[in-house]
Design a protein around this ligand. Structure first.
Ligand SMILES: NC(=O)c1ccc[n+]([C@@H]2O[C@H](COP(=O)([O-])OP(=O)(O)OC[C@H]3O[C@@H](n4cnc5c(N)ncnc54)[C@H](O)[C@@H]3O)[C@@H](O)[C@H]2O)c1
Length: 429
């Protein structure tokens, strides 16, 4: 790659910021990364990767010479025109997005006709307009603004950066939008160049649609349980229709993570704040909350009361190949089990450290074997590949009971039944 590519700044070195920084460095850019977390910056300077994301460590290592880490935004301002902003936008108590980190970044950028804030964080539609209004009030109207929402998925983020389905750039048709388009050009992805508000809405609507698809198939699964159909067969038959597609049609114990729950809620609140009641999203959220709790009902059905029962949770992260525990279904599940008097033992190959910060009242095991030993029931929570290859004949010997609940419909029911165990999936015959 040419070393003469435009240098960039990346503000916020979390899952999105770090992958974006490493990805653009791979494309030949000098990248000036800034974070307020001094300990994180220190680790990054030492070559340590503070998050688990497949392929990221190698990408950072390969491009170490082009990557610069600092706690000072001045370092990015002094070396780059485009400031890709990837700070967190967590939910507030009202369900609206908390934009305080975004505002802190915007406030820290001085008046300049040579700089642009390029928004990678997921923000409500209207944020770009509001920020530009604030820039005007602060006497820095010449600062350019570009909305460039991020669509990467944790667990495959590096590949998603390098092979995006599309790149969305929302701007006023000025130099900054052109420069962002130019930066992404080597990826040869379909480009949607549009206005700022539409770009912001593409991101929110995409996540809300995917979440809707998950809640839809989960409701179908629940009806399958009442009618004798098997949701895996139903989803296979539906997914082959190319108007529907097979992705996001896997029934399970609901969606979690740092994006879907908050982005769906943020869109619902955004609509509500503008006077429109987004009825469909209210149901999507409610279905998802109930879905997480259905596993408890299944445990009660088979075990009776849960007091004193030992339940093994296999997997804790919100999905495989990440250590991210934000809004993971396991948080609700473990808390409910604990409240019902069960003894919970959990195993996750990567997320234990993060889980320990968020979960109380459960024990952690160092292996699946250790987790299921003496268990009355086992629940597959996260479909890590190592958990899909377990030898159930051996595990059955170690269990005290015989119930296996497949919360992701990812295990082989025949192998589990052949081991003398009772298999129960989500919406499966
Ligand atoms: N994680 C995902 O899969 C994903 C995908 C697409 C979009 N997004 C969106 O991207 C944004 C970032 O998400 P994330 O998961 O990377 O968050 P994260 O919490 O992993 O990282 C955010 C980083 O920003 C830093 N930060 C906060 N305030 C700062 C400031 N004023 N100056 C500099 N750094 C600051 C934090 O210390 C942290 O390192 C969010 O809006 C999220 O919704 C996330």
């Amino acid at each position: 790659m040419s070393a003469a590519r435009e240098p960039i700044g990346v503000i916020g070195t979390g899952y999105v910021g770090l992958v974006t920084a490493a990805g653009f460095a791979e494309l030949g850019c000098e990248v000036w990364c800034v974070d307020i977390d001094a300990a994180k910056i220190e680790r990054l300077r030492r070559g340590e990767v503070p998050i688990y994301e497949p392929g990221l460590e190698q990408l950072l290592e390969r491009n170490a010479e082009r990557l610069h880490f600092s706690t000072e935004i001045a370092d990015a301002l002094g070396n780059a025109r485009l400031l890709f902003t990837a700070v967190g936008t967590p939910p507030t108590y009202s369900g609206d997005a908390d934009l305080s980190a975004v505002h802190a970044v915007a406030d820290a950028i001085p008046a300049s006709k040579d700089h642009a804030l390029v928004m990678k964080s997921t923000v409500p539609c209207g944020t770009g307009a509001a920020l530009r209004r604030i820039f005007g009030e602060q006497g820095k109207a010449s600062l350019a603004y570009v909305s460039c929402p991020e669509f990467l998925k944790e667990g495959s983020a590096v590949d998603d950066f390098l092979h995006p389905d599309r790149v969305v750039v929302g701007d006023d048709g000025d130099w900054a939008g052109d420069a962002v388009v130019e930066l992404y050009a080597p990826l040869d992805a379909p480009l949607v160049r549009t206005d700022v508000a539409s770009a912001e809405m593409v991101k929110l609507a995409s996540n809300a649609f995917l979440a809707t698809k998950i809640s839809f198939i989960n409701e179908i699964a629940n009806v399958c349980e009442e009618t004798g159909a098997d949701v895996v067969e139903v989803a296979r038959g539906m997914g082959l229709d190319d108007r529907i597609g097979s992705k996001f049609l896997q029934a399970g114990i609901g969606f979690g993570g740092s994006c879907f729950p908050k982005d769906v809620d943020a869109l619902k609140q955004l609509a509500g704040n503008s006077g429109y009641h987004f009825q469909l999203l209210t149901s999507v959220i409610e279905v998802n909350e109930l879905q997480k709790r259905r596993v408890i009902g299944k445990l009660h059905k088979h075990l009776g009361g849960l007091v004193g029962k030992r339940v093994a949770l296999l997997g804790l992260a919100f999905k495989p190949n990440t250590d991210d525990m934000r809004e993971a279904s396991s948080l609700v599940l473990s808390a409910r089990l604990h409240a019902d008097g069960a003894r919970v033992v959990a195993y996750d190959p990567v997320a234990e450290e993060q889980a320990r910060k968020l979960v109380t009242g459960i024990d952690f095991a160092g292996s699946p074997q250790e987790a299921v030993t003496g268990a009355d029931a086992v629940v597959l929570v996260t479909e890590w590949s190592e958990l899909l290859e377990l030898d159930w004949a051996t595990l059955a010997q170690a269990m005290a009971g015989s119930l296996v609940i497949d919360g992701r419909n990812a295990l082989d029911p025949h192998a589990i039944r052949a081991a003398g165990l009772t298999y129960e999936g989500i919406g499966r015959r």
